[in-house]
Ligand binder design. Sequence first.
Ligand code: ATP
Length: 250
Amino acid sequence: MTIPLLTAPPGSAPVLRAVDLTRSYGKGQARFDALKGVTLDVRRGESLAIVGRSGSGKSTLMHLLALLDRPDAGRIEVDGGDVSRAAAREINTLRNQRFGFVFQQFFLTAGQTVLENVSLPLMIAGVPPRERKRRALATLDLLGLADKAGNKATDLSGGQKQRVVIARALVNEPDVIFADEPTGNLDTVTGHQVEDILFGLQRDRGITLVVVTHDEELAERCDRRITIADGLLVGRADAAPSVVTDGADR
Ligand SMILES: Nc1ncnc2c1ncn2[C@@H]1O[C@H](COP(=O)(O)OP(=O)(O)OP(=O)(O)O)[C@@H](O)[C@H]1O
């Protein structure tokens, strides 16, 4: 299906652009300004770490970039196309076709099998059952989980669950994977395996990775990092040498 929102040919614009995003929660005296004007490009094929203290606004920013939430002001562009005023239906289609999600809490559906969980994005996209099964099994195979296809999603180890989540994120062949503390619930060894899978997907398939993390080692592995503090972008750095600018290009 063609997405009418995409106005620029792929490659000519950053895959994602955020311009002066603001987002507050609550009203009146209870209002909290979680993002106070963040401008940022996500380059096609890069891995970008979003770091900062707890409560600084990282997840809020990621949710806006991933079109899971709308900003109060500012805009998001996908491939140069402004999606700010797009209808919810268009946004849902765009998200389903272009983005995959890997969250710390897994968000697997407990009563369903591994295969059903991985098939979900394909079901949403309207892929017919037989094709759904074929693609879901192929993706599980890629992640070494083909033999677990019939298991209940809850009957797995933490590392296996996160691999199922990655399979679900991958099954629609997304351009961007958003990962929010993807290794937060895993032991160190399993966490490294999951990281290796994610960076392998970036390297081998050109998938853009946007990673929210407190894990310094994981952030170090990314091509670039941005730091959020009190709802503002305060620094950004490329992997090496580690030079931090003071929000100069905001
Ligand atoms: N639904 C909400 N209602 C009210 N306040 C919220 C809501 N969601 C987030 N906040 C507040 O907005 C601020 C930013 O939250 P956010 O989840 O983006 O932070 P974070 O940097 O991802 O934190 P953490 O690292 O702890 O996950 C926090 O102070 C948080 O309490």
